[in-house]
Design a binder for this molecule. Structure first.
Ligand SMILES: [Fe+2]
Ligand SMILES: [Fe+2]
Length: 188
């Protein structure tokens, strides 16, 4: 995530959410195939889970937590929501890692019940949608209204300036296939 100005941080997080929505739609399409008893694209499912536990869990969520913690301290009314969102970050990481491991197992020939993978994928999708809705609909607007420039500056100083490996200027080799799938999907 490359952030050059204070206000740009929320805009970058918002753009991240749009990117994750694309991935959730792709993952949902694979879950639908599973539900119909069809063979899903397990490699695509793995790539999505792998990306989600790598970039968002390492950068997007911790960056949000820097904002949430300042907001929670300034606005006690928000502290319950902040706690919930922070807990959901842990839950998303665990659910994402479980999905990644299960799909990786299938790819490598392990016998894993398909309904478990379906349940896992649906749980991840539902949780991230709910989570992003609360951020976009409630906490981001409150942060924008509450935090002063000096607070944004302090947060900004702690941000890791890392380029997104899938949606950034350079697509990492390991995400190339997923990236092509995203582009193909957006053409249809
Ligand atoms: Fe979040
Ligand atoms: Fe988020």
């Amino acid at each position: 995530m490359i952030v050059r100005t204070m206000a740009a941080l929320i805009d970058t997080l918002h753009q991240d959410h749009k990117n994750y929505a694309v991935l959730l739609n792709l993952l949902s399409a694979e879950a639908d195939k599973l539900e119909r008893g069809q063979e899903p694209d397990f490699v695509r499912m793995y790539d999505i889970a792998n990306y989600m536990v790598s970039y968002p869990d390492t950068y997007h969520h911790p960056h949000e937590e820097l904002i949430f913690d300042v907001l929670g301290a300034l606005e006690p009314d928000c502290s319950e929501q902040v706690l919930e969102l922070n807990n959901e970050h842990r839950q998303l990481a665990v659910t994402g890692q479980t999905l990644k491991a299960a799909v990786n197992g299938v790819i490598n020939g392990a016998i894993i019940p398909m309904d478990r993978i379906l349940e896992n994928a649906r749980a991840y999708i539902d949780l991230l949608w709910k989570h992003m809705d609360m951020e976009e609909g409630s906490i981001f607007p409150k942060a924008k209204n509450t935090l002063e420039d000096s607070e944004w500056q302090l947060i900004n100083d702690k941000i890791s300036q890392v380029e997104d490996p899938l949606f950034g200027d350079v697509v990492l080799t390991q995400y190339q296939k997923l990236y092509e799938g995203i582009i193909r999907n957006s053409d249809t």
